[in-house]
Design a protein around this ligand. Structure first.
Ligand code: GDP
Length: 361
């Protein structure tokens, strides 16, 4: 480039020729190849080989809200289904502080002593609200988290309880296809999530603590009715007697319930997760349960019922979403809300008219 400062008009000025500057982007750097998304077939192939990295990625797909991910995830699940089902699915619940993580750590190691693989999943619908799942922290299970045959996955965090539970259920399918023959599904014992877990496991374990003598009052009857086994944790030190007392109370309370459809009388035991006392006994109970229900056919019946339950759950979920996301319906609902608040229409009639509009009647 010619610099006009070098013209004779400006004798005192002299602009030197510049030197070429290096490019701001390193020319030797090869452009990074974007990772190609695996096909459903490739996912399944690796999952069946037990490839944990790909299994984790597939679970992430299941949890993703992106429609393409969802479509791919569903394809992977469908292809894994023929290889799934071959595990003991055990639900574990208890209020925060009951000792779930401590217990799962020792129960898990106990199970893995006999070989096989264990996946620990969780359903924690509160995790989105609390921004950080209660059941999410891998380090809660210190020994299991470094065990080569254990796969620990925190709760999916997005969406309604139904949505979170569905994702966990789908993750069970993937884990089973990857050869995990023991599945634990953990949940906090404080609400509806027990029902969701109950609807996807073969055995439901309720962890309790000995309290001040009135512990039975705090437990919702529904949760006790779902339990196939109740275990009183922290039966150690000077807590042993109280734990035994609680055991007797639970046994008495269970006598009042009718025999469940499995015809298995739920058992009550004490143990200590922290001091690792009574663990084989708890597991012996669970093994006896599986033998019992496999012999009387209830094992299959329960799984079939669960399949049906989840189909209807999915239909409900889709119908609801489709209905409430419909803009015309949303607008009409606002109008109807006002009408019923001003006593211009009954709730029943308002509902009927909104539904008629939805179904184009
Ligand atoms: P979670 O909230 O149900 O997962 O409960 P944690 O496993 O985190 O346990 C809560 C607390 O109880 C921790 O401080 C544990 O150390 C303690 N804990 C768990 N199991 C036992 C036990 O068997 N005996 C005693 N004494 N303490 C325990």
């Amino acid at each position: 480039m010619e610099h006009h400062e070098n013209e004779e008009l400006y004798p005192g000025l002299n602009v030197n020729k510049g030197i070429a500057q290096p490019p701001s982007v390193n020319p030797y750097l090869k452009p990074k190849k974007r990772k190609r998304m695996l096909t459903a077939h490739e996912y399944v192939e690796e999952i069946l080989k037990g490839n944990v990295t790909i299994l984790s990625q597939a679970v992430t797909l299941v949890e993703s809200q992106v429609p393409e991910h969802q479509a791919l995830a569903q394809e992977v699940i469908e292809k894994c289904l023929p290889f799934a089902g071959n595990s003991k699915r055990i639900g574990i619940t208890g209020v925060p502080g009951a000792g779930k993580s401590t217990s799962i750590d020792v129960f898990g190691l106990h199970v893995l002593k006999n070989g096989g693989k264990l996946a620990v999943l969780a359903i924690d619908p509160s995790s989105e609200r609390t921004k950080g799942s209660i059941l999410g922290d891998k380090t809660r299970m210190e020994k299991l988290s470094v065990h080569p045959n254990a796969f620990i996955r925190p709760s999916p965090s997005a969406g309604s309880l139904g949505g979170v539970a569905r994702k966990t259920r789908e993750t069970i399918v993937l884990c089973e296809a990857a050869g995990y023959d023991n599945i634990f599904v953990e949940t906090v014992g404080v609400g509806q999530s027990e029902t969701a877990v109950h609807s996807m496991v073969d055995f439901f374990l309720l962890i309790q603590l000995a309290g001040t003598g009135d512990e039975l009052q705090g437990i919702k009857r529904g949760i006790m009715e779902m339990a196939d086994g109740i275990v009183i944790n922290k039966a150690d030190g000077d807590n042993i007697e109280r734990a035994k007392l609680a055991m007797a109370q639970f046994r008495n309370a269970l006598h009042l319930f009718p025999l469940p459809p499995s015809r298995w009388t739920p058992e009550v035991l004490t143990y200590s997760g922290y001091f690792e006392l009574g663990i084989p006994e708890v597991w012996d109970m669970i093994d006896r349960y599986f033998e019992f229900v496999k012999n009387n056919g209830y094992f299959d019946t329960r799984r079939q019922e669960q399949e049906k339950y989840w189909m209807y759950e999915s239909i409900d979920e889709h119908l609801r979403a489709n209905f409430y996301q419909n803009q015309r319906i949303a607008d009409l609902l606002k109008v109807k809300e006002q009408m019923i608040l001003n006593c211009k229409q009954s709730s029943f009639m308002a509902a009927k008219e909104v539904l008629d509009k939805y179904f184009n009647k």
